[in-house]
Write a protein that binds this ligand. Structure first.
Ligand code: AMP
Length: 220
């Protein structure tokens, strides 16, 4: 099973992809996570991408396409994966189609997690994660049970993404509408697009995504 989660920044794709990884055994392939790891490691890709990511713009198609091409070859991705944050442009979607076709694979379903812009700035600028285990929190919507202590691992260290500030968020939203939203009609035409209301509670969004995945599994 190969899935794509599409939607605006802060719309909950990462949260839902992690759930699918835990519950459905699909490995989460997040180009944002991969690029942040490249920045942290100081690799040449990371050095090139750092300023672009922090400004909220898109990294070049060539770079992310080659990252994904390598990643889907790894053994854990052979059983299936959920793409989170890729593709983000028509060129990336076309490259993805070509690389899957060459391997006799295809995308089974594309799920748009739909959230209007008015929700997103507050969602993104309030979020932070545990520096040790990566559990996500939010200043307003999901604080740790004990202030300053991670519920899951007890760490007291938290991090915020450098691109989660209001200026970068507005640039990221603009990039989404201009460069990524055209993917919706692209997948609609292929008859594999499903829309889920991303303003609902996390568990309900997860339930609706699972229903789409179950239906796609039956079609397979
Ligand atoms: P994300 O974690 O998905 O919000 O991605 C964070 C940032 O990484 C984006 O704002 C882009 O700068 C970069 N990025 C992640 N995925 C892609 C992609 N598929 N194409 C271009 N840039 C990307």
């Amino acid at each position: 099973m190969q899935l794509i989660l599409l939607g605006p920044p802060g719309g909950g794709k990462g949260t839902q992809a992690k759930r699918l990884q835990e519950d459905a055994g699909l490995v989460q392939l997040s180009t944002g996570d991969m690029l942040r790891a490249a920045v942290a490691s100081g690799s040449s890709i990371g050095q090139q991408a750092k300023a672009v990511i922090e400004a909220g713009k898109l990294v070049s198609d060539d770079v992310v396409i080659s990252i994904i091409a390598d990643r889907i070859e790894m053994p854990d991705a052979k059983k299936g994966f959920v793409l989170d944050g890729f593709p983000r442009t028509i060129a990336q979607a076309e490259a993805l189609d070509a690389m899957l076709k060459a391997r006799a694979r295809r995308i089974d379903a594309v799920i748009e997690v739909r959230v209007p812009d008015t929700y997103l700035v507050e969602r993104i600028t309030g979020r932070f994660t545990c520096a040790k285990c990566g559990t996500g929190y939010h200043n307003k919507f999901s604080r740790p049970k004990v202030d300053g202590v991670c519920d899951k691992c007890g760490s007291r260290e938290f991090v915020r993404r450098p691109d989660d500030n209001e200026t970068a968020v507005r640039t990221r939203l603009e990039a989404y509408h201009r460069q990524t939203a055209p993917l919706l009609p692209y997948y609609e035409r292929k008859g594999i697009l499903h829309v889920v209301d991303g303003t609902l509670p996390i568990a309900e969004v997860a339930r609706r995504i699972e229903a789409v995945v179950a239906a796609a599994a039956v079609r397979n």
